[in-house]
Design a protein around this ligand. Structure first.
Ligand code: CA
Length: 239
């Protein structure tokens, strides 16, 4: 029943942007691959045929507009399915947008942008392309816990569990990696980004409040501390 996640190529040479985009997409269940030059982007596009490409316009070597142009002409020559292309541009000028769209981009996003905005465009493009692997609506469940990524509603048994956005992200990470021991640094970088790297107190506080919310009606603990390492989501009985 599980489908392979949609694969996304990110061609972006600014680490500040590529880092959060890649992390965010992986967190959302996509298979995201990062390259930092136009040449590498063309190679990945040819050899791996991702489901979608996010192309920065200003790339070293071959720029995003030229990549899009080559992709489209190859598709025309080979009669292959069009690759959904989302263009990233720092220059919020009409000329730039027009050039990107004329070169064959399906949509564009002006930097700086919020991750949620990028995610919405990515999902829309994949849906439009008929991708079978948009990891969005699948209900995440574990034991008596259910998280609906579409509505962001979390339930434990019959009751709904109100969570802050950060608690929600944390729970979602556990639900996508059930029974695995998640090292603290992994959790921190996936949920908070690298800014908070090493600040374990923040994590302890949030795990504490998430547990409190999940155990508010006297339910058993599912998020367990793995001493000296991190945390793991486990069935109450398997604790
Ligand atoms: Ca760039």
């Amino acid at each position: 029943m599980l489908k392979a996640p949609a694969s996304i190529l990110i061609a972006e040479d600014e680490p500040a942007i590529s880092g959060f985009v890649r992390r965010g997409l992986m967190f959302e269940g996509f298979d995201a691959r990062l390259v930092e030059s136009g040449k590498d982007a063309l190679e990945v596009l040819r050899d791996h045929r991702p489901d979608l490409a996010i192309l920065d316009i200003m790339l070293p070597g071959v720029d995003g507009i030229e990549i899009a142009r080559r992709v489209r002409s190859a598709e025309e020559a080979e009669g292959t399915r069009p690759l959904p292309i989302l263009m990233l541009t720092a220059k919020d000028t009409v000329a730039d947008r027009v050039a990107g769209l004329e070169a064959g981009a399906d949509d564009y996003l002006v930097k700086p942008f919020a991750f949620e905005e990028l995610l919405a465009r990515v999902r829309a493009l994949l849906r439009r392309a008929g991708s079978q692997a948009v990891p969005e609506s699948a209900l995440l469940t574990f034991s008596d816990i259910a998280l609906d990524p579409g509505t962001r509603i979390v339930r434990r048994g019959e009751r709904s569990v109100p969570l802050t956005p950060r608690e929600y992200d944390l729970l979602k990470l556990f639900l996508t990696n059930p029974r695995q021991v998640l090292p603290r640094q992994t959790i921190m970088s996936r949920v908070w980004g690298d800014d908070f790297y090493g600040d374990w107190n923040v994590l302890e506080v949030y795990v504490g409040s998430l547990r409190k919310a999940l155990e508010a009606s006297g339910e058993q603990r599912v998020i367990h501390t793995v001493r000296g390492v991190g945390y793991a989501l486990r069935e109450p009985d398997a604790a």
